[in-house]
Design a protein around this ligand. Sequence first.
Ligand SMILES: Nc1nc2c(ncn2[C@@H]2O[C@H](COP(=O)(O)OP(=O)(O)OP(=O)(O)O)[C@@H](O)[C@H]2O)c(=O)[nH]1
Ligand SMILES: C[S@@+](CC[C@H](N)C(=O)[O-])C[C@H]1O[C@@H](n2cnc3c(N)ncnc32)[C@H](O)[C@@H]1O
Ligand code: SF4
Ligand code: SF4
Length: 337
Amino acid sequence: MISTASPARPLVDRYGRHISYLRISVTDRCDFRCVYCMAEDMTFLPKRDVLSFEEIETIAGAFIARGATRIRLTGGEPLVRRDIMELVATLGARIGQGLEELTITTNGSQLAKHADGLAAAGVKRINVSLDTLDEARFAAITRRGRLTEVMDGIAAAQSAGIAIKINMVAMRGVNDDEIEPMMAWAHGRKMGLTLIEGMPLGEVGIDRVDSYLPLRELHDQLARRYTLEKLSKRTGGPARYVHVAETGGVLGFITPMSHNFCESCNRVRLTATGQLFMCLGQDDQVNLRDALRTGGAEALDAALDQAMMLKPKGHDFVLDRSSTAPSVARHMSVTGG
Ligand SMILES: Nc1nc2c(ncn2[C@@H]2O[C@H](COP(=O)(O)OP(=O)(O)OP(=O)(O)O)[C@@H](O)[C@H]2O)c(=O)[nH]1
Ligand SMILES: C[S@@+](CC[C@H](N)C(=O)[O-])C[C@H]1O[C@@H](n2cnc3c(N)ncnc32)[C@H](O)[C@@H]1O
Ligand code: SF4
Ligand code: SF4
């Protein structure tokens, strides 16, 4: 059951930033092992510690009561969690009752079977992660995935009327030769494309320094070949968008490494086991599962206040040869990106 008992006090951190966006990692498990996200051998969170759907709904309800208007389900791969559509349906029922948007970030592998259910629950747009259009390269980057399944998933979501943004982690020497083809492909199918700079989280399968591609540089290169018109459009996320006159599509840039966007941060992240991380790039956390299990709605509300006091100003990502360890030890799959 979703709690509505909390007082309607907005969530504002020490720096005056309003937190209106909750990202929920429903599982840290995944059917892929993308080289920039996970290691080949991963130790996952113990299943017994994972929040039940009822607990996730209660926590989501507490956020909505405190002014959160957007929820994104992520992971790991959110669509591999058993019975995930039950959670999607319950959260979707909150749309229009405080919640303005429910969405999901997915690798697309299970999308074909869930696209209609997502649309029926009120999901209007989703982000699908795809770094290449080449089958062999796709298999190498994901270490597991089959490109045709993702393509089928994308087609099913489009048929269900869901708008799609493609997320592509841009990596020098891995997929940088595919940026223009990916843009033509996505824009030709009425999908947005957002390029992402790799972030140093967790020990993984690539050399992050060698593969780092500064997107400012890339933007300037593209600007010599295309007419890039800056858009004021913001989704509440860190991406900056341009309209590409030649393709008629939208291109986004997420640049945590080359341009820090933390001053306008509006989000926090709940892990599958109920830890609330206040920043993707820091370790500050509050245990909402313990608060909920031991103290109920009141303790949960107090834990949200504590979280606002602990939210850091921003990340301290470092990417150079002098720092061999990743800036943050946990993998992206724990907090869901
Ligand atoms: N550093 C940083 N990166 C983020 C943040 N939010 C999302 N990202 C990264 O952006 C990439 C795309 O994330 P998505 O889950 O698709 O979300 P989004 O692009 O914020 O989605 P929109 O709501 O459509 O703007 C991932 O690699 C995330 O790790 C953030 O607050 N800080
Ligand atoms: C962690 S995944 C979780 C959701 C889903 N499994 C997917 O891949 O879309 C969320 C996003 O984070 C991105 N990501 C993962 N590791 C990253 C890293 N180290 N740096 C930048 N983006 C990363 C992925 O490409 C994906 O777009
Ligand atoms: S990026 Fe997404 S699909 Fe790839 S390993 Fe991480 S969680 Fe799985
Ligand atoms: S790095 Fe942290 S503070 Fe910066 S935008 Fe991301 S979550 Fe917010």
